[in-house]
Design a protein around this ligand. Structure first.
Ligand code: ATP
Length: 196
């Protein structure tokens, strides 16, 4: 049994230092034992993107990025599912396996605000404690005003991480336009594997 586990679902297209920073900040702030990176092969909200790295490449980059941190690991169960993968299915499976009442769930403020539109949002909300990372652009808005009544019932806390204006989109765009992105990537190995 391990109740001090947090899942960190994402598309990681590609993984960047913002992901690692919020994961490590949450690990320490909330006294967690383990962060499980869950790579979503076909996230329902991003199905139309033409800029997707293959799932194998995204997993390879995540594994290279986290190898030096013993508290970080991947869980690849969503790769085996047909069609769109829904986080609620992963959460319910993991809760049953780990025998925990609630899982910690790391996500950015943008994702937290969009939760009401997620698959089986109510059940997901009851199954997790949400650890929410601030994101620039989302801080200027009044967070309290943006939370819906759905959020009132959730168990959540803010991750005390500095807001970083880094996204996978930024890296993809900089790569396409020939701008530097090397030091937005977790390490040289990830950079070299992505810089093809
Ligand atoms: P994209 O730019 O392709 O939409 P992304 O950078 O948001 O990607 P994802 O893999 O989709 O990366 O994100 C996984 C989770 O990490 C999401 O909950 C997202 O909100 C969060 N996240 C990503 N980057 C940051 C960041 N810089 N600060 C806080 N949260 C972040």
């Amino acid at each position: 049994m391990n109740s001090n586990i947090a899942i960190f679902p994402g598309t990681f297209n590609p993984i960047h230092i913002g992901h690692l920073m919020i994961a490590d900040t949450a690990l320490i702030q909330f006294g967690l034992d383990k962060i499980v990176f869950i790579v979503s092969p076909n996230p329902p909200n991003k199905l139309n993107s033409k800029e997707f790295l293959s799932i194998n490449k995204r997993v390879e980059l995540v594994e290279s990025a986290i190898q030096s941190n013993k508290a970080f690991e991947t869980d690849l169960r969503e790769l085996k599912r047909e069609g769109p993968s829904f986080t609620i299915d992963t959460v319910l499976e993991m809760k049953a396996e780990k025998k925990v009442g609630k899982l910690h769930f790391i996500l950015g403020l943008d994702s937290f605000l969009s939760l009401p539109s997620w698959q089986k949002a109510k059940e997901l909300g009851e199954s997790c404690k949400f650890l929410v990372a601030p994101r620039p652009g989302w801080l200027e808005i009044d967070v309290a005003d943006s939370l819906s009544s759905f959020h009132d019932d959730l168990d959540w806390a803010l991750i005390d991480s500095p807001p970083l204006a880094i996204s996978s989109t930024l890296i993809r765009t900089r790569k396409q336009t020939g701008l530097s992105y090397r030091y937005l990537m977790p390490n040289d190995e990830v950079f070299e594997k992505y810089n093809f």
